[in-house]
Design a protein around this ligand. Sequence first.
Ligand SMILES: NCC(=O)CCC(=O)O
Ligand SMILES: [Mg+2]
Length: 324
Amino acid sequence: MQQIRRNRRLRTNDAIRSLVRENIITPHDFLVPLFIVEGKDVKEEIPSMPNYYRYSLDLLGNEVKELWSLGLKSVLLFVKVPDHLKDNKGTEALNSDGLMQRAIKTVKEAVPEMLVMTDVALDPYSSYGHDGIVEDGQIINDETCKILAEMSLSHAQAGADFVAPSDMMDGRILSMRELLEKENYKNTGIMSYSAKYASAFYGPFRDALDSAPGFGDKKTYQMDFANRDEAIKETLMDIEEGADIVMVKPGLCYLDMVRDIRDVVDVPVAVYQVSGEYAMLKAAAEKGWLDHDAVMLEQIMAFKRAGAQIIASYFAKDVVKLLN
Ligand SMILES: NCC(=O)CCC(=O)O
Ligand SMILES: [Mg+2]
């Protein structure tokens, strides 16, 4: 039989490939994680995350202005809390003049239109490095939810647009939503880390914030990476409880979950390309074993192809500079 259909016709040159391309990457896809520390004039590189930095508040404004000028309009804030302020209940998290609360104001002063999302979890504030209150070696769920709700309110009062709980306690979305509604923060959104797996890919992040668990691991609250149906259940429950955006984390090893979830939910789906994913590419590129920029773009496109509408990535700035 004479061959009539030839797929290669649509790949003949760059123009036709561009014309038929199914997905594109734009600056609007990204959520930029930012690490913030106390101090003055601090821009310190995180050893396991080359070319990624912790900033003190006086330098944060400039960084945020640069992001805005590149078309990056959303940031996700994380703070590194000094050891002497850590305790079991994360008391410092509720300090209206705490580092997170000041960071929110700093970003909003520098670029009022910047969308500010904040990490809501106890681990950076916990003397145990866990995402909840510890009692007899256990992570206590319901009492933790109450603190997470108060933390969300505190961030909203400081000016956060969205709060992003990364803890995986049961019922925390409902606790947070109810308190925000009651206190009249009706437009403060919740981006839930709804399918967050217990992953070894978070290692460099824990270096960045000095937040590694002091005992045990996080497997009693974060998900077993063998599970697929459970991620759907977690995500649908969070939407019922009031999540505006849901998330899959980590990214590349969990693209199947991004697609599964995108297919069944009616809210935007975010993915978090985590620190270990960033570190792997940086290390391989440093050794000359991978083409950094080409692999970076291929990975980001994989998130879009899988169905992610929001990509939290340490590569955001690099990608956007490359696109320009
Ligand atoms: N809540 C944030 C994390 O747990 C880790 C992110 C990362 O590894 O980049
Ligand atoms: Mg859950």
